[in-house]
Unconditional design. Structure first.
Lengths: 242, 401
């Protein structure tokens, strides 16, 4: 099953009905992401890169096609099962940070652990460690409004890491940050990649994408190029039989 | 898949504390509703208890004879007739006392309203004309002076026994015994002051003046009785006595011109009426509880909309629809239960304070019902907003601006 990779998409479509016309946000995409990869998905707005990320991260269901996560077909999974996978295996970093307002950094970071059986004491301990890991060990009790944009995004990264996930999905993580803070966030991402985390990054900035080892570029819902270390990636979608 | 009640409760509490003003105001709706239910039911129940007590004080061997046909079910039909059709006289009361062997005594009562004056002070009060036996029949002793006697009644003397309220209105702190007051122009001597009986819901039992029935008849020219009491010998068969009384009265009056009632029947009639009033009051108060519930639903809907992104985020990081449902339901239930607890405490407390002026009796069932209903209100009005939250799609919720 290993040859399936961490996440595999097979002939995935995502369609929306917009009045009379049908929009293919994702148009027949097949793709495999291996464990430990650092992938950037680039493309102009409306190219379907965010939708692709939502589908890969099991936040959204495809209209057709299959998604395998760690070799398991998730097509017939219930919302509870998908939530459980997201909780245990996936970390999210958003452009808007999406931290809970009027809530301390420490509590924000603990959020994913509220949906596990981990005790309060351990939750706090782990959240402290995570915040220290992103360099915010002295900002535990600050609320988002008391933190800079870069600091807020680091809190969000700590939150994404707290469940020790297999993969981190980052949707335009630097989109709301100045160049310096953006650079710091990307350095953090690179460190995480070096530590062995799988990272999937969505961006429209080529400088940001340049941090990744593999760049998938999208246009009109299709993958137009997929290069790893400068070489074309061939999808081995016939390889792993059922 | 994980569902942890402690975490759900903690998250719900946090959200409520974060919006203190909003939570407080929403709870206030439930507090007022629960308090209103408890207070109104307590007043109704207290009144019923007091009236029951008064009937019990009168004794079970007491009967009432009233003019007209008394209907138990619907008092709009029949009921006490006007002066014109009232044919009950003191002669009837005397004949019952004389002819029915089981009857120990009868007490005729004629009432009217009159203005009393004393040296420029003036008050309007309830005048009761009766005999000297009123004292024992109604267990109404004097606290100073004395009751009028049989001689006074026989001779139609202008003497009066006054209730506390009348005394206070006319004399203030001055001793009224021996003073002369003017009742509708005629001078009466106050010879006694009654022991205070307190008030029954707007009906001050001390706002009355008792004079010999013969005197009242002469001055006000009323020869009909408002009603009369019959006391039956201890141990006598009440039903048989009532039959005999009806026979004796029937010799002179038509069947629909009088009613003979025993205190149990009268009591159950009052209890019926009061039960209805209590239920109606409780029902009106329950409307305010309903309004409070709608307030909770309203604020929860606002909260769900406002926190759409939060819901999206929670779902993204692993909250299941069920967890979200319970989180929002928990918020609604905490609000309404808190309102229920505070409302109950306030209701019972205010009831206990009001008990000093009004008959208040807070029944345990009212407390339990108010409490239970407030919890139910939280669940009923919390389910819809919570379901909305639970059904939000995580990406759409995250995109919500």
């Amino acid at each position: 099953m290993k040859n399936h990779g961490l996440i595999a998409l097979q002939n995935v479509f995502k369609t929306y009905q917009l009045g009379e016309s049908t929009i293919h946000a994702i148009n027949s995409v097949s793709l495999a992401i291996e464990k430990g990869e650092f992938v950037a998905v680039i493309g102009p707005s409306g190219s379907g890169k965010s939708t692709l990320m939502h589908i890969c991260s099991l936040l959204d269901n495809p209209s057709s096609g299959t998604i395998t996560f760690e070799g398991v077909d998730t097509t017939n999974f219930s919302e509870e099962q998908l939530a459980h996978i997201r909780n245990q295996k996936v970390g999210f970093v958003f452009q808007q940070f999406n931290l809970l307002p009027r809530t301390s950094a420490l509590e924000n970071v603990q959020l994913p652990l509220l949906y596990t059986d981990i005790t309060r004491h351990e939750r706090q301990q782990r959240a402290r460690d995570m915040l220290a890991g992103v360099g915010l060990g002295d900002r535990l009790n600050n609320t988002p409004s008391q933190l800079s944009g870069g600091q807020q995004q680091r809190v969000a990264i700590a939150r994404a890491l707290i469940n020790n996930p297999e993969v981190i999905f980052a949707d335009e993580p630097t989109g709301n940050l100045d160049t310096k803070s953006g650079r710091e966030i990307m350095d953090l991402m690179t460190d995480l990649h070096r530590e062995g985390k799988t990272i999937v990054l969505v961006t429209h900035e080529s400088e940001v994408a340049a941090f990744a080892k593999r760049i998938i570029s999208m246009r009109d819902g299709k993958i137009v190029s997929d290069r790893k270390d400068g070489k074309k990636v061939h999808l081995k979608n016939k390889g792993g039989g059922r | 898949m994980k569902f942890n009640l402690r975490n759900v409760t903690r998250v719900a509490l946090r959200a409520l504390v974060t919006n203190k003003t909003r939570s407080t105001l929403t709870t206030l709706g439930i507090i007022i509703g629960v308090m209103a239910v408890i207070l109104l039911v307590s007043f109704g129940s207290g009144l019923e208890k007091m009236i029951t007590q008064q009937f019990e004080d009168l004794g079970t061997n007491l009967l009432f004879v009233m003019p007209g046909k008394f209907q138990f079910r619907d008092s709009r039909e029949g009921g006490p007739p006007g002066v014109a059709s009232n044919k009950l006289t003191q002669k009837d009361a005397e004949r019952v006392a004389r002819k029915v062997q089981t009857v120990e005594a009868t007490l005729p009562i004629t009432t009217t309203n009159a203005t009393i004056t004393y040296r420029g002070e003036e008050t309007s009060t309830f005048i009761i004309g009766s005999t000297e036996q009123y004292e024992t029949f109604r267990k109404s002793p004097v606290m100073s002076g004395k009751w009028f006697g049989k001689k006074d009644v026989d001779s139609g003397k202008r003497v009066a026994v006054a209730g506390m309220t009348v005394v206070e209105d006319l004399f203030g702190t001055k001793d009224p015994i021996g003073e002369k007051v003017s009742i509708s122009g005629k001078k009466y001597q106050i010879i006694g002051v009654l022991e205070s009986k307190g008030a029954t819901f707007g009906n001050d039992q001390d706002d009355q003046l008792i004079i010999p029935i013969s005197t009242l008849r002469q001055q006000f020219n009323i020869d009909k009785l408002s009603y009369f009491y019959v006391r039956v010998h201890e141990g006598a068969d009440l039903e048989a006595s009532m039959r005999e009384i009806r026979e004796v009265l029937g010799q002179r009056l038509e069947e629909n011109e009088f009613s003979v009632l025993n205190s149990q029947e009268l009591l159950s009639t009052f209890q019926n009426i009061l039960g209805t009033i209590t239920a109606a009051l409780g029902g009106i108060a329950a409307i305010s509880l309903l309004v409070g519930g709608i307030g909770i639903m309203n604020i929860m809907l606002v909260s769900v909309t406002e926190r759409t992104r939060e819901i999206g985020l929670r779902k993204a990081v692993g909250a299941t629809p069920k967890t979200i449902l319970f989180q929002f339901l928990m918020e609604a239930v905490i609000l309404s239960l808190l309102g229920g607890i505070i409302g109950t405490l306030l209701g019972v407390l205010i009831g206990a304070i009001a008990n000093n002026f009004l008959p208040v009796n807070t029944p345990l069932w009212a407390v339990l019902v108010a409490f239970g209903v407030s919890a139910a209100v939280g669940i009923i009005f919390g389910v819809y907003p919570a379901r909305r939250a639970a059904r939000l799609s995580p990406i759409e919720a995250l995109r919500y601006e």
